[in-house]
Design a binder for this molecule. Sequence first.
Ligand SMILES: NC(=O)c1ccc[n+]([C@@H]2O[C@H](COP(=O)([O-])OP(=O)(O)OC[C@H]3O[C@@H](n4cnc5c(N)ncnc54)[C@H](OP(=O)(O)O)[C@@H]3O)[C@@H](O)[C@H]2O)c1
Length: 302
Amino acid sequence: MTAPTHETSHDSFLGHLPVRRIGFGAMQLAGPGVFGPPKDRDAAIAVLRRAVERGVDHVDTAQFYGPDVVNDLIREALHPYPEGLRLVTKVGAVRDDQGAWLPAARPDQLVEQVEQNLRSLDVEQLALVNLRRFERDAPDADEPPLADQLGALAGLRDEGKIAMVGVSNVTADTVRTAIETVGIGEVQNPFSILDRSDAPVLDLCREHGVSYVPYFPLGSAFTGGPAAIAADPHVTAVAAKHGVTTSQVALAWLLAQYDRLLLIPGTSSVAHLEENLAVADVVLDEDDLARLEQVEPVTVGH
Ligand SMILES: NC(=O)c1ccc[n+]([C@@H]2O[C@H](COP(=O)([O-])OP(=O)(O)OC[C@H]3O[C@@H](n4cnc5c(N)ncnc54)[C@H](OP(=O)(O)O)[C@@H]3O)[C@@H](O)[C@H]2O)c1
């Protein structure tokens, strides 16, 4: 592994662990629909290696990306891992042989999925494991009791297999329960300049100092998020003023919301990776933020 090419300066926290604010989401590295292998395996490996060379120290993944594809790519590209690289995964779902996403979230299934992640990533401990619930996508779904699920993950934390528990795709009530019962290092919910409906959960994270990691930070590849951002006149105007891209404005807007908001933009391209990392230098002023409040909201999903 090549060492990072610049001095690593942590500027935020994932729970109690110092990290840089711009990490990497690995979901886009699988094949179309997050199913099967990437079209270009070498390109996927190159993106991961470049991310770490540039100092990325927070990679978000899942065994069900592929499934079994993305974790293997991460291990192949990055193992032995540089000191301080935080690998974060999520459990609670599996894929069927057509690629459908199925809940699989009984406590015994969660434990087995954590073990799979440990094996495929070849680590003794995961920095954080998110309990991925379905309560926002499918509020009527019959999910196992939250307390049992959180208890299973807290048990793995006691065993040292995971450093922290997180929750994903959850309501404010679930976040409160998780904070009060097991303690959490992260909430990972959909949130972007296009879909700001999770603002109350973000407020809750601010109140409790919990790291907030928005997924679909560019509005979701599944629903044309980056193109919708590029078409918004307010985003376009702010991008022109700063001489940056519309995606960079959308990511900089997220960074401006909370100092423990961590970005994990997903990309399969080195050029987009570089663009996303350069957002660290894009500083929006009060006028920009006021203008961006006028972006037409869109609720995005799978
Ligand atoms: N907990 C959950 O349920 C959950 C759900 C979804 C995602 N996640 C995690 O969150 C991460 C981020 O979500 P996401 O990747 O789905 O985000 P996203 O908002 O869908 O953004 C990804 C899309 O943006 C494009 N993109 C990336 N950088 C760009 C740039 N600079 N300019 C233009 N287009 C750009 C990507 O295409 P290219 O590949 O062409 O760059 C891809 O189409 C995922 O990778 C995954 O780790 C978690």
